[in-house]
Design a protein around this ligand. Structure first.
Ligand SMILES: Nc1ncnc2c1ncn2[C@@H]1O[C@H](COP(=O)(O)OP(=O)(O)OP(=O)(O)O)[C@@H](O)[C@H]1O
Length: 252
């Protein structure tokens, strides 16, 4: 079980001698096993929201709760994947995962096997001894996902994880993510600029305006979602509706 609740969340950043209010009154609950995408114009506060949920950024008011319990900074109940490759260059693919496992308090004798299992989960079982510099962008992101999942978080927080990948690799990564999500039944918060990606992956899409939630869309498309689903009228209509909401904010 894992629910993530953001309750009346407030966040400001210093701006000169004053403050810029970046999030105001965010109320959002991600239900157990739910895949929720956050979309919105650049600068509306998506990454700040995700960083707060990860416990990496503090906040000025409100609550962040996992299964009803307030978070106190980062925790093993939440795995995080960012757009930029965050692997340590001096450790192999497996070494990067072992490093995270050790930091999470996993007994040293178990780290190697768990790391290998998770590399296999992301279809990189044969690349365990490769260095980050020898991996493609997609492979690096697969290692980052394996690392985030290795200590068995209940919630996965992803900030434009496929934003730097080419279209084909991005598509493969989306399919892999859905496969993993279906197997592990994680609760996912997924920040993206790609509306087609959001519709294809999500149970629900949250559109943010500047610092607030504008609207939410339930994605009632059947699962598993085959590639051809993005050509159905339902898919295209939803994509159009989400884009229209975002554009309302871009315009004014
Ligand atoms: N550390 C910081 N200090 C000051 N202002 C910040 C900081 N981080 C973010 N901001 C500001 O907060 C606002 C929201 O930023 P955030 O990165 O959350 O937006 P975003 O929706 O994720 O944008 P993008 O889609 O471009 O990544 C922006 O105006 C940004 O300039």
């Amino acid at each position: 079980m894992a629910t993530l609740t953001l309750n009346k969340l407030e966040k400001s950043f210093p701006l000169g001698k004053s403050y810029r209010r970046v999030l105001h009154g965010i109320d959002l609950t991600l239900n157990d096993n739910e895949f929720v995408s956050i979309v919105g114009t650049s600068g509306c506060g998506k990454s700040t929201l995700l960083s707060i949920a990860a416990g990496l950024e503090d906040f000025d008011g409100g609550d962040v709760l996992v299964d009803g319990v307030p978070i106190e900074g980062p925790g093993l109940d939440r795995g995080v994947v960012f757009q930029s490759y965050t692997l340590l260059p001096w450790l192999t693919a497996r070494g990067n995962i072992e490093f995270a496992l050790k930091a999470a308090g996993t007994p040293a004798s178990e780290c190697r096997d768990i790391a290998q299992q998770h590399l296999e989960l992301v279809k990189l079982g044969n690349a365990a001894d490769r260095w980050p510099g020898e991996l493609s962008g997609g492979m690096k992101q697969r290692v980052a996902i394996a690392r985030a999942l290795s200590y068995r978080p209940k919630i996965l927080l992803m900030d434009e994880p496929f934003g730097a990948l080419d279209a084909m690799t991005r598509h493969q990564m989306q399919q892999l993510l859905v496969e993993i999500w279906e197997k592990h039944r994680l609760t996912v918060m997924f920040v993206t600029h790609d509306i087609e990606e959001a519709v294809w992956l999500s149970d629900r899409i949250v559109v943010m305006g500047q610092g607030h939630i504008d609207s939410t869309f339930d994605v009632n498309l059947p699962r598993p979602r085959h590639e051809s689903i993005n050509r159905t009228p339902e898919f295209i209509e939803l994509q159009h509706d989400v884009l229209s909401r975002i554009q309302q904010h871009a315009i004014g």
